[in-house]
Design a protein around this ligand. Structure first.
Ligand code: PBG
Length: 329
């Protein structure tokens, strides 16, 4: 008799496939990144991310409540200040009246502890030069991002976000020592229960392209002196080990789909929950292909999310979080 082994037996019916599926995708696994912009009267579409908008403070509250009703596990908020409010230090990031902190406070008032409120703890949306930290002149006369001066800004930003009601902060700037510095600052301010979802392995990726439009970024050049080289895998393990030692509560790999190998290794190693961020360019690629009729959008979205889960993510940040949660529940 040949063949002896027939793996197709377990694929024969939907019920069989359901019984033996190794990986699942549930609404609680999904976190929705959201943008709130200052100085707009109605939601502003982001052309490179069809279906995603910059919210007003009002539309943010409504969309967040809808996402939570759909069952998402949490929300990750980004602020988009007015151009004239940007400066080299990113002052809007630490101002309690800055757009991100006002957005957080609004969400806290609307949702309380009904969801997990997260915020991007990074200066790039607020700096006039668009870098993730403050600049210093380098020996060669050019500019570089000053690691340790930036840490002091992150600490102030973290405390402002915790004051505004965030449950988990998302340091995404890839400064050395950022998790430890923020931990110390939060504890000193009495925010011992506010945690960090650390962007531990964050690569200098071309797939962030649409995000630049999403936050009206002023960046010229790139972030290669602080974000990781896509050529490196082992370096991610070092970054994760450091963040764990510094007190990260969750570690993250970003982007997701081009870094599933890194995600798997981080998931095998981490002693805390692992997140992955399906970023703007990943959203844009699937959306554009679907708009051309080249792929089945909903099936491609679910397959991409399941793949990220299969690679080891406990939590997936995705711009489809609310919509996919609706399909799944
Ligand atoms: C930095 C930050 C970025 C993203 C999230 N946080 C941009 C960058 O590092 O260049 C990208 C998210 C996306 O592309 O969806 N504040």
């Amino acid at each position: 008799m040949f063949p002896v082994h027939r793996p197709r037996r377990l694929r024969g019916t939907p019920a069989l496939r359901r019984l033996v599926a190794e990986t699942s995708l549930e609404p609680r696994h999904l976190v929705l990144p959201m943008f709130v912009a200052d100085g707009i009267d109605e939601p502003r579409p982001i052309s490179s991310m069809p279906g995603v908008v910059q919210h007003t403070l009002d539309s943010l509250r409504k969309a967040a409540a809808d996402a939570v009703a759909a069952g998402v596990g949490g929300l990750m908020l980004f602020g988009v200040p007015r151009e004239e409010d940007k400066d080299p230090e990113g002052s809007g990031a630490t101002d309690p009246d800055g757009i991100l902190n006002r957005g957080l406070a609004g969400l806290k008032a609307e949702l309380g502890d009904a969801t997990v409120l997260m915020a991007d703890t990074c200066l790039d949306e607020f700096t006039s030069h668009g870098h993730c930290g403050v600049l210093a002149e380098s020996e060669s006369g050019g500019v570089r991002v000053d690691n340790d001066a930036t840490l002091a800004r992150y600490v102030d930003m973290a405390v402002a976000q915790a004051d505004a009601g965030a449950h988990l902060l998302g340091p995404s700037g890839m400064m050395d020592g950022q998790v430890a510095a923020i931990r110390k600052g939060l504890d000193a301010a009495g925010h011992v229960d506010v945690g960090q979802l650390a962007y531990s392995a964050k690569y200098a990726s071309a797939f962030y392209g649409p995000f630049r439009e999403a936050v009206g970024s002023s960046l010229e050049g790139d972030r290669r002196t602080y974000q990781q080289d896509p050529a490196n895998r082992r370096e991610s393990l070092l970054e994760v080990d450091l963040d764990l030692a510094e007190g990260a509560d969750v570690v993250m790999v970003k982007p997701a789909m081009s870094y599933l190998d890194v995600l798997r290794e981080v998931a095998d190693r981490s002693t805390v929950p692992v997140a992955a961020y399906q970023i703007s360019g990943e959203y844009a690629m699937i959306t554009a292909a679907a708009q051309n009729g080249w792929i089945d959008r909903d099936a491609a979205v679910l397959e991409s999310l399941l793949s990220i889960r299969r690679a080891g993510a406990d939590i997936v940040l995705t711009y489809w979080a609310a919509e996919a949660a609706g399909w799944l529940s």
